[in-house]
Design a protein around this ligand. Structure first.
Ligand code: ZN
Ligand code: ZN
Length: 821
C-alpha cells in the first residue's frame, strides 16, 4: 500500500544537506602518513585525468569522475585509505584560446572557470580530497615544473636545437609530433605546416626501448593503448646502409627494415628539408629548379604531402648502391619526411607502393628482387609486388635464392664486413618538442647570455614568474618577448646583461607530473618528498580518455622513468592500472554547442538531481564503450530513486524488525551484493550493478506488504541502500539516517554469504528437441520469459536450432528449458 501523505523525494534539499556535512567534516581528505611508514596493502590511489578549465564541466567529465567516485566509495568502505585528489590543467592552448574567444585575460578566465568547475564537482557530490587541490598555472605549482625542467636540462634530457618543426598557423605556435593527428593540429584541426626553428626538446628517444620493454610490468592497461604507444614508438629491426654520392664520396646513410631488397633500389630520394641538397646542386644546371621545388614544398602541409600524388625533382646527382656499385639517380621527393629515419630513402619501387607510384610517374626503373617461394605468380615487369610471408630473393647477385629472412641477415653481414652498413634498430619516435610561442604557459627557466650562452636560472631564483602583460595574443613569436623589462635580466653566471627565454612550455609538461604533486601537494620546500610519493604511488587505478594514448600517457611514463633514474622516486611506471572510458553522444554526435545537442550537468542536476544523473551516466552501457544520451533514460533512474525513497520511508515507519536467517529475499539480497561487488571490482563494469539493483528493488516491492516478511523486507532495503550508496550517495545517506543508522559513507561494504549466493542461484538445463545442449546459471525464480531469452542467446543452442526460431518452448521454472525446432 502506498501512502498519499508520504514525504516527497526532493533531491535538491537532500543533496545540499549531505554536501554540507561532507564539506564540514572534510570527509574525504586523507592525511599523509608519517614518512617512515611503509606502504601497506590498505592504501590506494585512485585518479582521473584532471580537467582543462577552458569552460565548465561537460557530460564526459561527469562520466569519468563518477566512475572514479563509485570505485573510490567501494574501496573506502572495504577499509582502504583512498587517495582521490583533483586539480586543474590550467595553462596551455585550451585555456588561452578560451580567453581569446571571450576577450578576457587568461588568468581571469581560467580562475573563473576553475571556480565554476569546483562548484559543479561539489554539486555532483564526488568524494574528493580537496586539501590537495592544485592548479598547474599557480606559481606554487609551476615553480616545481621549472625545477623539474632544470633537472632534465642538467642531465642533457632537455636541450635546444634548430630543427624542422610542425607549425599550427591558426594557433601560431609549434606543436609536438604527438599533437599532430593525421597532419592536423590536435587542438584546432588546422593543417600544420613545416618550419625550421630553434626549439627546446625533451630527449624522450633515450627512453624509447624502456617505454616499450617496461610495458610488460603494467598490471592492467587496455591493449589498444599499449598498441598505440608501441606503434608510435615504432621500434623496428633493420639495417643502416651507407650510400655514397657519386663523384664526391659524401655519405648518405639510410635506415631500412628490408636490406634484403637492396638490389631493387633503382633511385634514391631526399626529403626537401635535407641539409645536403644545396651542396649537391650548387653550381649545377639543376640548382634553380631544385631550390624552387624545395621552397614550394616547404609551404605544403604534411597532410598534403602525404596524401596527394607524389612529386619530386631530379638533382642531377647519383648515389652509389653499396651492394652492387650501381649509380642510381638522387631525387628530392616530398613524400620523404625529414623527421623519419635519416630524411633519405633508398627507393625500391617494385616492393613499396609509394616508391612505385613515384617511379611510374617519372619513368624510373622498377626491378623485382623478391618473389613468392613457390614461383606461383610471376609478376610482369614493372609491376608492384606485395611482400608475402614466404618469399625468396631474385635478381640479387650472390644472394639470389635465399629466403627473405636469410637474405636480410646475409646482406647485413656482407655490408658490416665491408664497413658499408650494420644491423640497427630504428624508431619512429622523435624527441618531444616542448617550447611554445604562446603566452599562457610555464616560463622556461633559462637565460641567454652573449658570453656564457644558455644558462639555467638557479634553483633559489625559482619560480620565474610569468609576467602580467596586456597583449598576450599569439603573433608567431612569443608574446613574452614584448615584456622588455621582464626579458632583460642579468646572467646568473657572469653578472653581465642577459635575456630571458621567451618561449613557454607545452602544457603536457605540466600534466606529466601532477599525479606526483598530489601526493605531497602542500610541500613548499620541494616538488615532493620521495618517501611520501613512494608511499602513495604508483597510481593503482587511473581513469581517462583514450585520446591521450600517445600524448599524456606516453609523456607521464617518460617523466616517471627519467625521475626514477635521478633517484627522485622509487618506481618506473606511474599508473599500474588504466581504464579508458567511452564518449557520450547525443543525437548520434559528440555533444557540442555548435550542434545544439548539449545537455549540461547543471541542467540535468536541476531537473533530476545529482544522484539520478550519477546513476544514469553509468547505467547507459559498458563504461569502455561510446554511448548515446537519452532523456528517457535519466527519467528511469530518477524513478528508481523515487521508488527506493518511498520504500525506505515505509520501512522506517514500521520500525526495526529482526531479519530472519533464511528467506528468498535474504538470498536475493546476498546475490545482489555478490553481483555488484564482483562486477565493479573484478570486471570494472558499472552498468550491470544498477540493473541488479533495479531487480532487487522490484523483488522487495513484490512482497513488501506481506507482514510475515517484514524482517526480510527491512534487511533487503538496507542492503539496497548500502549498495546504491557509491552511485547515489546523497539519497542513500538520507534514507540510511531515516532508518536510524549513521554515516553510511564510512560503513563497511556488505559481504555476500557464499552459501546464500549459491542457494539463490540455480542451474537450468537447456535442451533442443529433448537433447541437452547447454546449462545456464541464473537467479532462482527467474521468469519463464527470461529463461527462454537466455536460452536463445546461447551460441550452442542457436547452432542446434540452425539459427531459426523454435516452434514450441517448454519451461520448468528453476529446472529446464526445452526448445522444439
Ligand atoms: Zn591549432
Ligand atoms: Zn654570462
Amino acid at each position: 500500500m502506498e501512502h498519499e501523505d508520504t514525504e516527497r523525494y526532493d533531491p535538491g534539499a537532500v543533496e545540499a544537506r549531505w554536501q554540507a556535512v561532507w564539506a564540514g567534516e572534510r570527509a574525504f581528505d586523507v592525511p599523509n602518513p608519517d614518512v617512515a611508514t611503509q606502504p601497506d596493502d590498505s592504501s590506494t590511489y585512485v585518479l582521473e585525468m584532471l580537467p582543462y578549465p577552458s569552460g565548465e564541466l561537460h557530460m564526459g567529465h561527469v562520466f569519468n569522475y563518477t566512475l572514479g567516485d563509485v570505485f573510490t566509495h567501494i574501496r573506502r568502505r572495504q577499509g582502504y585509505t583512498v587517495l582521490r585528489p583533483m586539480g586543474y590543467d590550467a595553462f596551455g592552448l585550451n585555456s588561452e584560446n578560451a580567453a581569446i574567444k571571450e576577450g578576457g585575460h587568461p588568468r581571469e578566465i581560467t580562475n573563473r572557470n576553475i571556480e565554476a568547475i569546483r562548484r559543479q564537482m561539489k554539486r555532483m557530490g564526488w568524494a574528493i580530497d580537496w586539501s590537495r587541490e592544485v592548479s598547474t598555472a599557480e606559481p606554487e605549482y609551476y615553480r616545481w615544473t621549472q625545477w623539474i625542467f632544470l633537472q632534465f636540462f642538467e642531465r642533457g634530457l632537455a636541450y635546444r636545437r634548430e630543427a624542422p618543426v610542425k607549425w599550427c598557423p591558426k594557433d601560431q605556435t609549434v606543436l609536438a609530433n604527438e599533437q599532430v593527428i593525421d597532419g592536423r593540429c590536435e587542438r584546432c584541426g588546422t593543417e600544420v605546416e613545416s618550419r625550421s626553428l630553434t626549439q627546446w626538446f625533451f630527449k624522450i628517444t633515450e627512453y624509447a626501448d624502456q617505454l616499450v620493454d617496461e610495458m610488460a610490468t603494467l598490471e592492467s592497461w587496455p591493449d589498444r593503448v599499449l598498441t598505440m604507444q608501441r606503434n608510435w614508438i615504432g621500434r623496428s629491426e633493420g639495417a643502416r646502409v651507407v650510400f655514397r654520392v657519386d663523384g664526391s664520396g659524401e655519405e648518405l646513410p639510410v635506415f631500412t627494415t628490408r636490406p634484403d631488397t637492396l638490389f631493387g633500389a633503382t633511385f634514391f630520394a631526399l626529403a626537401p628539408e635535407h641539409p645536403l641538397i644545396a651542396e649537391l646542386t650548387a653550381g649545377t644546371e639543376h640548382e634553380t629548379e631544385v631550390a624552387q621545388y624545395v621552397r614550394h614544398t616547404a609551404a605544403r602541409s604534411t597532410v598534403e604531402r602525404e596524401t596527394k600524388e607524389k612529386d619530386g625533382v631530379f638533382t642531377g646527382r647519383y648515389a652509389v648502391n653499396p651492394v652492387n656499385g650501381e649509380a642510381i639517380p638522387i631525387w628530392v621527393a616530398d613524400y620523404v619526411l625529414m623527421e623519419y629515419g635519416t630524411g633519405a630513402i633508398m627507393a625500391v619501387p617494385a616492393h613499396d607502393e609509394r616508391d612505385h607510384a613515384f617511379a611510374e610517374r617519372y619513368g624510373l626503373e622498377i626491378r623485382q628482387v623478391v618473389a613468392p617461394a613457390d614461383g606461383s605468380t610471376p609478376a610482369e615487369a614493372g609491376a608492384y609486388v606485395e611482400h608475402t610471408d614466404d618469399e625468396v630473393l631474385v635478381n640479387s647477385g650472390e644472394f639470389t635464392g635465399l629466403t627473405a629472412p636469410e637474405g636480410r641477415r646475409a646482406i647485413t653481414a656482407w655490408l658490416d664486413e665491408r664497413g658499408l652498413g650494420e644491423a640497427t634498430i630504428g624508431y619512429r619516435l622523435r624527441d618531444w618538442l616542448l617550447s611554445r610561442q604562446r603566452y599562457w604557459g610555464c616560463p622556461i627557466p633559462i637565460v641567454h647570455c652573449d658570453g656564457c650562452g644558455i644558462v639555467p636560472v638557479p634553483e633559489e631564483q625559482l619560480p620565474v614568474l610569468l609576467p602580467e602583460i596586456d597583449d598576450y595574443l599569439p603573433k608567431g613569436r612569443s608574446p613574452l618577448a614584448a615584456a622588455e623589462d621582464w626579458v632583460a635580466t642579468t646572467c646568473p653566471r657572469c653578472g653581465g646583461p642577459a635575456r630571458r627565454e621567451t618561449d613557454t612550455m607545452d602544457t603536457f609538461v605540466d600534466s606529466s607530473w601532477y599525479f606526483l604533486r598530489y601526493a605531497d601537494a602542500r610541500n613548499d620546500d620541494a616538488a615532493w618528498d620521495p618517501q611520501i610519493v613512494d608511499y602513495w604511488l604508483p597510481v593503482k587505478q587511473y581513469i581517462g580518455g583514450v585520446e591521450h594514448a600517445v600524448l599524456h600517457l606516453l609523456y607521464a611514463r617518460f617523466f616517471t622513468k627519467a625521475l626514477n633514474d635521478m633517484e627522485l622516486l622509487g618506481f618506473r611506471e606511474p599508473f599500474s592500472r588504466l581504464f579508458t572510458q567511452g564518449m557520450i553522444y547525443r543525437h548520434g554526435a559528440k555533444m557540442s554547442k555548435s550542434k545544439g545537442n548539449v545537455v549540461s550537468p547543471d541542467e540535468a542536476i536541476a531537473r533530476y538531481g545529482a544522484d539520478a544523473l550519477r546513476l544514469y551516466i553509468l547505467y547507459m552501457g559498458p563504461a569502455e564503450h561510446d554511448k548515446e544520451w537519452n532523456d528517457d533514460g535519466i527519467e528511469g533512474t530518477a524513478r528508481l530513486l523515487d521508488r527506493i525513497w518511498r520504500l525506505a520511508l515505509e520501512v522506517a515507519v514500521r520500525g526495526p524488525v529482526e531479519a530472519p536467517a533464511e528467506g528468498e529475499l535474504i538470498r536475493t539480497a546476498h546475490r545482489t551484493i555478490d553481483r555488484v561487488t564482483d562486477d565493479v571490482l573484478r570486471r570494472f563494469q558499472f552498468h550491470t550493478p544498477i540493473a541488479a539493483l533495479f531487480e532487487l528493488v522490484n523483488e522487495i516491492y513484490r512482497v513488501k506488504d506481506d507482514p510475515e516478511r517484514a524482517g526480510e523486507v527491512r534487511f533487503a532495503t538496507e542492503i539496497a541502500l548500502s549498495l546504491i550508496q557509491p552511485y547515489a550517495p546523497h539519497v542513500a545517506e538520507e534514507l540510511w539516517s531515516r532508518l536510524g543508522h549513521e554515516r553510511l559513507w564510512e560503513t563497511a561494504w556488505p559481504e555476500a554469504d557464499p552459501a546464500l549466493v549459491a542457494m539463490a542461484t540455480v542451474e537450468v538445463v537447456v535442451q533442443v528437441n529433448g537433447k541437452l545442449r547447454d546449462r545456464l546459471r541464473v537467479a532462482a525464480g527467474t521468469s519463464e520469459e527470461t529463461l527462454v531469452e537466455l536460452a536463445l542467446a546461447s551460441e550452442r543452442v542457436r547452432a542446434h536450432l540452425n539459427d531459426g526460431t523454435p516452434r514450441r518452448t517448454v519451461v520448468v521454472p528453476d529446472r529446464l528449458v526445452n526448445l522444439v525446432a
